[in-house]
Design a protein around this ligand. Structure first.
Ligand code: HBI
Ligand code: FE
Length: 292
């Protein structure tokens, strides 16, 4: 059951039907209120990605998806999902109205609670919507939380976020999250594979990120990522590639303090910029964004 008291007003910008919102922004999912059309949108999105991802998404994602108690037929019930997820890595899913303040988001992650939107997009938003919906959060993010190493990284990210509150470095953490959890690629046995939620939940970006000649594909390097701006309204101009998820978890052992100081004085980089020191796995043509 979400936080005991309805401590926040329902904001008219929130999607879905109004309901009590707790101080930690959690709400009841109200699974019975979903309409047949909502389940049909889930089914369309699920079936499309299930057909496209084998051979493109990493093994950890595909295994996680297989082991979770949901399929194409209906929107998952978050309680049943949390039951299974909790047994695997101690994570739970909490329903929220949408994007929540950074401090609230970090607090949830630090306690192994993944905040997921309770509403799903309309059919006319199938290929683009500006904020994460239930399909992005549940289909995109939750399978990776079944992987113990990635699950530890996500909790460490939340703890790092809580430590950073009050310092003006949240935009650097947001870039780390963006270029790993949301749009990260990983080296697989037979080439690059996808683990980022923003990619695996997008039909068009699944192909663009791996197969299009346009974007750069650069070996992940923490300082480089923390200096690099990102696009929120279109495909990425550059994707960063980790060797494995231990590389991400290893970041948790670092003290980001000196790093923030070191890069504080250095200029931000444009999303499509290349540096001489980059380990460039693919130099993009930039054609897509030049034409956009
Ligand atoms: N809130 N529900 C939700 N989901 C997110 O992915 C999210 C958020 N709030 C802030 C946020 N992401 C980013 O700013 C993180 O980098 C903190
Ligand atoms: Fe996301």
């Amino acid at each position: 059951m979400p936080g005991q008291t309805a401590a926040l007003q329902w904001d008219k910008s929130f999607r879905g039907s109004p309901r009590p919102v707790a101080a930690d922004y959690s709400v009841a999912q109200r699974w019975d209120e979903y309409r047949p059309e909502d389940h049909a949108v889930w089914r369309t999105l699920f079936e499309r990605q299930r057909a496209l991802l084998p051979g493109r998404a990493c093994r950890a994602f595909l295994d996680g998806l297989e082991r979770l108690p949901f399929g194409a037929e209906a929107i998952p019930d978050f309680e049943a999902l949390s039951e299974r997820l909790g047994k695997a890595t101690g994570w739970r899913v909490v329903a929220v109205p949408g994007l929540v303040p950074d401090a609230v988001f970090f607090e949830h992650l630090a306690n192994r609670r993944f905040p997921a939107a309770h509403w799903i997009r309309r059919r006319d938003e199938l290929d683009y919507l500006e904020e994460p919906d239930l399909f992005h959060d549940i289909f995109g993010h939750v399978p990776m939380l079944m992987d113990p190493v990635f699950a530890d990284y996500m909790q460490a990210y939340g703890e790092g976020g809580l430590r950073a509150l009050g310092r003006d470095v949240l935009h650097r953490l947001a870039r780390l999250y963006w270029y790993t959890v949301e749009f990260g690629l990983v080296r697989g046995p037979a080439g690059l594979e996808i683990y980022g939620a923003g990619i695996v939940s997008s039909h068009s970006e699944t192909r663009f990120a791996l197969e299009d000649d346009s974007p750069n594909r650069i070996a992940f390097e923490l300082e480089r990522v923390m200096r690099t701006r990102y696009r929120i309204d279109d495909f990425q101009e550059s994707y960063f590639v980790v060797r494995d998820f231990e590389e991400l978890l290893g970041l948790a052992a670092l003290d980001f303090g000196p790093l923030y100081d070191r890069i504080g004085a250095r200029a931000d980089l444009e999303p499509g910029a290349l540096l001489p020191g980059d380990e460039l796995l693919h130099r993009g043509s930039g054609r897509y964004h030049a034409a956009a």
